[in-house]
Design a protein around this ligand. Structure first.
Ligand SMILES: Nc1ncnc2c1ncn2[C@@H]1O[C@H](COP(=O)(O)OP(=O)(O)OP(=O)(O)O)[C@@H](O)[C@H]1O
Ligand SMILES: [Mg+2]
Length: 152
């Protein structure tokens, strides 16, 4: 997992609370930030991404990049790129889609299933880990790991 200087833990009890947490995270993001969204299928990675999108004023236009692999949202203040690497087999396929060409463009980058990208994920990426609590349908524990303080 690497080591992180700051850890923040949250519990949400419905979808909307996770959207709000994403919004609170989103306002703290800066151009160049990479945010890895980790957790099993259906834990809420796309939901928290939606909240980040709200903070960045993308709002209702955000959809899951399940089939597109990446959705690109151009913004005057710096683009937002939202990846879902689930369907890629591993680092070689991620490399072949020019993953690294999205970095260093001053964009904010969200990545679902970052494990597929292996070492192509920048070392200073923020990590958001989502887990169902006791198999509850709506309760999620969400842990954010960062190397800079995030006053969420
Ligand atoms: N507390 C919660 N936070 C987020 N989503 C929740 C919560 N409670 C229930 N849900 C539901 O869980 C589902 C999460 O779906 P979502 O598409 O965000 O998962 P995902 O982690 O992106 O999955 P995938 O790996 O398939 O991309 C949604 O149907 C959402 O309504
Ligand atoms: Mg998703």
């Amino acid at each position: 997992m690497g080591s992180y200087s700051y850890t923040y833990e949250f519990n949400t009890i419905d979808r909307q609370q996770t959207v709000l947490l994403g919004k609170r995270l989103g306002v703290l993001l800066r151009p160049g930030d990479v945010v890895c969204l980790e957790g099993d299928l259906g834990t809420g990675k796309t939901v928290i991404a939606e909240g980040v999108g709200e903070a960045l004023e993308i709002g209702d236009y955000m959809t899951s990049p399940t089939y597109t692999i990446v959705n690109e949202y151009p913004r005057a203040q710096g683009d937002l790129y939202h990846f879902d690497l689930y369907r890629l087999s591993g680092e070689d396929e991620v490399y072949d889609m020019d993953f690294d060409s999205y970095f260093n463009r001053g964009a904010i980058i969200l990545v679902e299933w970052p494990d597929r990208a292996g070492s192509l994920i920048p070392k200073d990426a923020i990590k958001v880990y989502l887990a169902k609590v006791a198999d509850s349908t709506e309760h999620r524990k969400i842990t954010i790991y960062s190397n800079r303080p995030l006053e969420i």
